[in-house]
Design a binder for this molecule. Structure first.
Ligand code: ADP
Ligand code: MG
Length: 386
């Protein structure tokens, strides 16, 4: 078990005075490419986590051991940034961002490990940031609120890892609540919890294990096309600040103003925002079939209108559509690879896995990987004794 592994490793490296923290990865039920358009997302924290054992030290060094990489990083928290292993950038970034925000933190000794698949779109990176942010907040009694700690993690990722992520991942890792999904308004950062009462259904991820190189150039192009659409709409409607302020009806009314491709991108975003709001209604009504239909709708939009899917993702979703008992399925994350998320009647999990595996292997020559996910709580200290 990962917690035991972390405790044992801490004892071997640093002794037996430490506190234990954990922070989860996340899924996103629906709301893709809406975050940078000031729209809505619907993530949930999962029961796969980063576990961290940590104690303060009286020097100004961070001494961190990664169990999973079997490697130690020993870094002064002040002064210029030294060379370090990639995995250490996340904790170093959090420490540095806390210092730049004016918090007083000292050195620390830490050991961490996790069971979140890395690079699969479950945000193992945000989980590391959240685990360290919540731990340093407690250890040094910073009294920072969770949203500012989530933003610290996001800044660490921007400024030290070099990934310009939105706030969803760190938000979900901090604010997650078991058996709940959270609607986050990416403009105001207001959020609301909705019961994710799966009763008889399960969530399963299928990992294509591919990442097409198109991803980052296409991402930049989509952002630019959304901005172009907003600029056009603003000529008629100055109050529109982002696609969040537009509706599918408005876009349809003004279709002839637009370049065809830009219009497709923009209408997708407005439709996806509405799907998120409808998905929240479905959760409130406990209507999993309705949620599933919206997920299929999200995938069609991402494939046909936003054009960020790929043949591997499409085949998995198509198999889901053709398997009895699958309520919904869609690509999750930026696109061009990564995972699909599917909502499946628990009894249909095995047929779905078998069908998807067979079709996928036949088409692409390798098997997809499957991860069962259940929801879990957000980042915090673990009370269990060691
Ligand atoms: P994602 O956040 O989607 O999982 P990223 O590429 O953003 O993918 O983050 C993965 C990186 O985070 C890894 O390359 C590694 O540096 C770090 N990481 C994730 N999990 C662990 C772990 N258990 N131990 C050490 N480093 C980890
Ligand atoms: Mg990440």
């Amino acid at each position: 078990m990962t917690i035991k592994k972390v405790s044992k490793s801490f004892e071997t490296h640093f002794g037996n005075q430490y506190r234990l923290f954990a922070a989860p990865g996340r899924i996103n039920l629906i709301g893709e490419h809406t975050d940078y358009n000031d729209g809505f997302v619907l993530p949930a924290a999962i029961d796969k986590k980063i576990y961290l054992a940590i104690e303060p030290s009286d020097d100004r060094m961070m001494q961190v051991f990664s169990v999973d990489y079997d490697e130690e990083a020993n870094i002064a928290i002040d002064g210029p940034q030294p060379e370090m292993p990639h995995w250490a950038l996340y904790s170093y970034g959090v420490a540095r961002e806390l210092l730049s925000a004016g918090h007083h933190i000292g050195g620390f000794r830490a050991v961490f490990s996790g069971d979140i698949p890395t690079g699969a779109g479950l945000s193992s990176s945000a989980a590391i940031e959240s685990a360290f942010a919540v731990a340093l907040n407690e250890l040094f009694q910073l009294d920072a609120d969770p949203m500012s700690l989530a933003k610290t993690g996001q800044k660490a990722e921007h400024n030290y890892v070099g990934v310009r992520c939105g706030i969803m991942d760190q938000f979900a890792s901090f604010f997650g609540k078991k058996n709940h999904a959270m609607r986050l308004d990416c403009r105001s950062l207001e959020h609301a919890y909705f019961p994710l009462a799966l009763q008889g259904y399960s969530l399963i991820l299928a990992d294509t294990r591919v990442k097409h190189s198109l991803a980052s150039s296409a991402y930049n192009k989509r952002r630019q096309q959304c901005e172009e659409g907003v600029a056009l709409l603003q000529q008629k409607y100055p109050a529109i600040k982002s696609l969040r302020d537009a509706t599918p009806e408005l876009l349809t009314e003004h279709k002839d103003m637009f370049d065809r491709e830009v219009w497709m991108r923009c209408i997708y975003v407005t439709e996806e925002n509405q799907r998120v709001l409808n998905a929240c209604d479905a959760l409130q009504q406990g209507d999993m079939e309705k949620l599933g239909t919206l997920m299929f709708g999200s995938h069609s939009g991402l494939r046909d209108r936003y054009a960020v899917s790929c043949k591997e993702l499409d085949l998995l979703v198509e198999t889901a559509e053709n398997t009895k008992g699958v309520a919904g399925s869609r690509m999750m994350g930026g696109g061009f690879g990564g995972c699909t998320i599917s909502l499946v009647k628990t009894g249909a999990l095995e047929p779905f896995r078998d069908n998807a595996s067979a079709a996928f292997t036949k088409a692409f020559g390798h098997e997809p990987l499957f991860y069962d996910v259940t929801t879990g709580d957000g980042a915090g200290e673990l009370s269990e004794t060691r």
